[in-house]
Structures are given as structure tokens and as C-alpha cells.
Design a protein. Structure first.
Length: 80
């Protein structure tokens, strides 16, 4: 049996769809859109389970654009 301290020390590597969406801070439907668009990784299949690799989610999340970057179109349209 897994103790609470073991679960705290070893976060799961494979996450369900709902867990993966929650992990990156979006809902399941938005997560599905991001996977379809190639912004998030495809899942792995383990038997009948479909799971997302937490480390790949972290890498994909890091690759998402930051909100603080200026949009070139905004600069071109900006009137002083």
C-alpha cells in the first residue's frame, strides 16, 4: 500500500486527460484543442489507459508564448 509520504515525494509521471489539463491550468476541452493544435503533446497508451507525460507537458508549457511579448502587428497599428 502506498503511504501519503510516498505520494508526496513521488508525483505521478503519467497524468489522465483531466489531470493534464488541470496541471497546465486549462479545462479539458481547451486541453483537447491544444493537443489537436500541436501545442501540447499527444498521450501515451498504457494498456487501455491514455496518459500524458508530465515532463513533456512541462516542456510544451514552457514553449508557449509569454503574454508580455509585444505583438508585431500591435506595434504596426499603434498610432501616437
Amino acid at each position: 500500500m502506498t503511504s501519503v509520504s510516498e505520494m508526496t515525494c513521488y508525483p505521478p509521471r503519467g497524468l489522465s486527460r483531466d489531470e493534464a489539463a488541470r496541471y497546465i491550468g486549462v479545462g479539458p476541452s481547451k486541453f483537447d484543442e491544444m493537443v489537436s493544435a500541436g501545442l501540447m503533446p499527444r498521450p501515451k497508451r498504457i494498456g487501455s489507459r491514455v496518459v500524458w507525460d508530465r515532463l513533456k507537458l512541462e516542456a510544451a508549457f514552457s514553449d508557449l508564448p509569454d503574454d508580455n511579448k509585444a505583438n508585431p502587428l500591435d506595434r504596426m497599428l499603434h498610432v501616437n
